[in-house]
Ligand binder design. Structure first.
Ligand SMILES: *Cc1c(COP(=O)(O)O)cnc(C)c1O
Length: 469
């Protein structure tokens, strides 16, 4: 290594020390606003960068303005959150990668209210004794679904695991081959089964399973009959599967509990909207299934959670299992669930107040009006680009209603100066990120999942994405 020449040495002396910067006017301001450790680390980094640049014979901006701007940029990077909001213009309502169900202000207000201070999470104010966190949502769930008993755990994967572990560990669980599904991530029915200590007993074939297949598999080792909602796929053609009613009756005859992992679990009847694939949870409860599990943040539109409904005797066993503690939900989720479930006291109210339901069931005219408003604002700000409103279809997402195309309206942009992929990437990497989809040679901004107040941000984002070339 050669030592720096005298010219570089002089330049190096021009870099202020960390201490000098911290004691200067900018440094004092930053220290008043941010944590000391963060400011010091940002200043150190920038000073070190300047030194290495000079030593490498590169030019380095040593002005106060230049240094301060870089240090402030570093502080912002260190203080900005990793998890942050973005705009979902994909039209996919229950987007697993984008946080699944958005919550209403009313629901969030309850979370804030309960979490800011102390609460009666596990305290019975009437008796002054210890209470149970499950009591806050239990009677609401019973009222809404008609189930005898209810329990909410951390997510549906945990619910399925806990039920299998509590009710069928070391015993056989009968499942149809057509229902050994993978949900995404790493949730695969056979793997969850193995982890729970239950022994998988597959019956039937990929396309057909008969009631006699279940019946023939029953023996003294049988602990549970399990039905799994196929969620994200369908088998078509020459098929047969057994309805939950028939399984419940079969289980009843043999005194074997029957469990249904519903996956999404919708609390309202969607049939008036032409959706027959997702029976409402109260109807499933009425079939006599002993245990029903589903997610809190799919079609229900609440926070993350796994809801377990069922006969008192089974839910009690599950609740008392030591592992129930390991997958219990926290007070913020309970507060969000209670407020969410409260909206379901009246199904018509839920369709308006639960964002997931409101977005899925919103009137096509409403979506079209929003798309037109978005297109008009975009055209006003951005001249000479091909921006138009088109009809298209969007998906429910979250493994729910995979075959249903919801008619929608989107703004289609065919950029003149950049590729559509480039535009998609710039929007995705902006602040806030705007997530769009591409169809053929156009970028689509689906108005179904865009809120009115987001239109301004979208316009600014598209403008800036098209201005930088
Ligand atoms: C989504 C889903 C799960 C997992 O639920 P999470 O709440 O995401 O843990 C389990 N089973 C089925 C059938 C599902 O669709």
């Amino acid at each position: 290594m050669t030592s720096p020449g005298s010219e570089t040495k002089t330049l190096l002396l021009g870099i202020p020390s960390v201490d000098e910067i911290l004691k200067g006017p900018d440094g004092r301001q930053w220290l008043a606003r941010f944590q000391r450790k963060i400011v010091v680390s940002a200043v150190r980094d920038v000073v070190a960068e300047r030194r290495s640049a000079l030593l490498a014979g590169e030019a380095a901006d040593l002005t106060r303005e230049g240094l301060s701007a870089d240090i402030l940029r570093r502080i912002s990077a260190l203080t900005s959150f990793s998890l942050r909001p973005l705009i979902n213009a994909t039209g996919i309502v229950i987007h697993t990668n984008l946080g699944r169900a958005p919550l209403s202000d009313k629901i969030l207000d309850n979370v804030l209210e309960v979490s800011r201070g102390y609460s009666n999470l596990e305290y019975d104010t009437a008796s002054g004794k210890r209470g149970q966190r499950h009591t806050h949502t239990r009677s609401l769930l019973r009222d809404i679904t008609g189930a005898e008993d209810a329990l909410i755990v951390n997510n549906n994967a945990a619910a399925v695991f806990l039920c299998l572990y509590s009710l069928a560990r070391g015993r056989e669980v009968i499942v149809s081959r057509s229902e050994l599904v993978e949900i995404g991530g790493s949730f695969r029915v056979p793997d969850v089964m193995a982890a729970s200590g239950a022994v998988l007993r597959e019956v039937g074939t990929t396309n057909k399973t008969h009631l006699r297949d279940y019946e023939n598999a029953i023996n003294e080792q049988t602990g549970l009959i399990l039905k799994v909602h196929q969620s994200n796929y369908r088998i078509r053609g020459f098929t047969k599967s057994i309805e939950i009613e028939d399984l419940a009756a079969l289980g009843g005859r043999h005194s074997i509990p029957v469990m249904f992992d519903l996956g999404s679990g919708c609390l309202v009847d969607l049939r008036p909207y032409g959706i027959h694939e997702e029976p409402a949870v109260p109807d499933i409860v009425r079939t006599g299934a002993d245990i029903i599990t589903f997610s809190g943040d799919k079609l229900l539109g609440g926070p993350q959670g796994g809801i377990i409904l069922g006969r008192k005797q089974h839910v009690e066993t599950i609740r008392k299992n030591p592992l129930a503690r390991a997958v219990r939900i926290d007070k913020m989720a309970i507060a969000a669930f209670e407020a969410t479930l409260m909206e379901y006291r009246d199904a018509e109210n839920a369709k308006k107040e639960i964002p997931v339901l409101a977005m899925l069931l919103q009137d096509r005219k409403e979506i079209e009006a929003r798309a037109k408003k978005m297109a008009a604002s975009l055209r006003k700000k951005i001249r000479g680009e091909d921006i138009r409103v088109i009809g298209d279809s969007s998906k429910a997402g979250g493994g729910s209603l995979p075959e249903i195309e919801f008619p929608t309206h989107a703004v289609a942009i065919r950029p003149s100066a950049v590729s559509v992929n480039e535009l998609e990437q710039r929007l995705r990497q902006g602040l806030p990120p705007v997530i769009a989809r591409i169809r053929e040679d156009a970028l689509l901004l689906d108005a179904r999942t865009v809120r009115d107040h987001e239109i301004r941000e979208i316009v600014a984002a598209v403008f800036s994405a098209l201005s930088t070339s």
